[in-house]
Design a protein around this ligand. Structure first.
Ligand code: SF4
Length: 397
């Protein structure tokens, strides 16, 4: 454990106050496995790091503005998910028992299936109680009971950036012969053995791999050898266009290693709180009673204060601020607008209009010099191969 280095690390209460100030009236979100995986894609951005530490729901802060991102599942997908889960649990989990028996080659007819979603209060205290039961049951499974065991709605507790967080899994954990398998239910179909959405499959496997990692930590806390958690996970999905479930087992060892590296990149909440200026808050940005231009101006002030690391490929899929950041970069003609790779190739150059000037041979400052020479060469090449019409357009641009 690191020694305390700031007043916040000696006393976490002011950190909570500081993070509440950063959040303001922005909607709060609990850390979950999907959000953790999304943050891992943009962890090098200071704005994203502060928003993550303050548990700001980036997908909702800009709600009601033209910069709101179209995140979230469609009502159809949510309805399908609910129906699929209900099908698996109906009649004492009959369908789940069948699909596990067929898919794992072990008879689950008499398996002990414990539903941890029922009988606990639907709040943080309830999650903590479920996490305690999960830890106890996992240790029991590792002892190799005679019949298979399934924990439906298991909860794992983990320290994320210095704060405790609870993660709720689907079938995690499935216990067979002393081994523990992570199981996830997904309602998108697998047609003729192929998922209809490869991205959704990747996200589901990342999710399951994160549970394996957290499950191993839980076993260690219980004094049990973490190798009891299998590297292979189970996905239960509908087969073809109906809801009839089928099971897929997949090795996620390489994903576990990658996610382990990414988890170490999660910012320490207390350090983030200590290093964030008093003026930084998403309060005005999230204030739906204010006009859009005021909210976007406030967003620009926050990102200007904290800094941004924009990469279209990651930002557009993983951060609710992507549209607003992209618009700001466009307005500022920032080279990052066209991607991090291009921006890195243009050190010292702060705008795309300056890129155009240098490509036309404008004198470069000392800081621009390394990128200026190749830009001027590229400009000459462009002039040589583009017909006169395009040539004139470039000169007058
Ligand atoms: S969209 Fe903006 S805030 Fe989010 S990660 Fe990208 S640059 Fe950072």
């Amino acid at each position: 454990m690191r020694p305390p280095t700031s007043p916040y690390q000696r006393d976490p209460a002011p950190a909570a106050t500081a993070l509440a100030r950063v959040r303001g009236q922005a909607p709060q979100i609990r850390a979950n496995v999907r959000r953790l995986a999304a943050f891992a894609n943009v962890h090098s951005c200071p704005t994203a790091a502060v928003a993550f530490a303050a548990r700001v729901d980036t997908g909702k802060v800009l709600a009601g503005t033209s910069m709101e991102m179209p995140f979230g599942q469609s009502p159809f997908a949510i309805g399908r998910g609910v129906a699929f889960e209900a099908l698996l649990r109906r009649h004492g989990h009959a369908e789940l028992r069948r699909v596990l028996t067929e898919g794992l080659g072990t008879d689950f007819t008499l398996a002990a299936i414990e539903n941890l979603r029922e009988g606990y209060p639907p709040n943080r205290a309830g999650l903590r109680m479920r996490a305690t039961v999960t830890r106890t049951r996992m240790a029991e499974i590792a002892d190799g009971p005679a019949e298979p065991v399934v924990l439906d709605g298991a909860v794992l507790e983990a320290d994320i950036g210095g704060l405790p967080a609870f993660f709720e899994a689907d079938e995690m954990a499935i216990g067979v012969g002393g081994q523990i398998l992570v199981g996830e239910n997904k309602s998108w179909p697998v047609v003729d053995g192929r998922p209809t959405d490869e991205d959704a499959l990747g996200a589901a496997l990342d999710q399951a791999a994160t549970y394996v990692l957290l499950g191993r930590r839980t076993l260690e806390q219980a004094g049990v050898d973490p190798v009891r958690m299998s590297d292979s996970v189970v996905l239960v999905t509908p087969r073809n266009t109906g809801l009839g479930p089928s099971l897929h087992r997949q090795d996620v060892a390489s994903r576990i290693r990658r996610i382990q590296r990414l988890l170490t990149a999660v910012p320490d909440v207390l350090e983030t709180a200590a290093s964030t200026a008093q003026s930084v808050t998403f309060d005005v940005v999230a204030d739906t009673t204010r006009p859009e231009n005021e909210r976007l101006q406030a967003f620009g002030d926050v990102t200007g204060e904290l800094g941004r690391v924009y990469d279209p490929a990651n930002c557009l899929t993983s951060c609710g601020f992507a549209r607003a950041c992209r618009q700001q970069l466009f307005t500022e003609a920032d080279p990052a607008f066209v991607g991090g790779q291009v921006a890195r190739a243009l050190p010292g150059i702060t705008s795309l209009s300056r890129v155009a000037e240098l490509s036309r041979g404008a004198p470069a400052s000392a800081v621009e010099a390394p990128a200026a020479a190749p830009l001027t060469r590229a400009g000459r090449l462009y002039d040589a191969i583009i017909p006169a019409h395009g040539h004139e357009q470039r000169r007058t641009a």
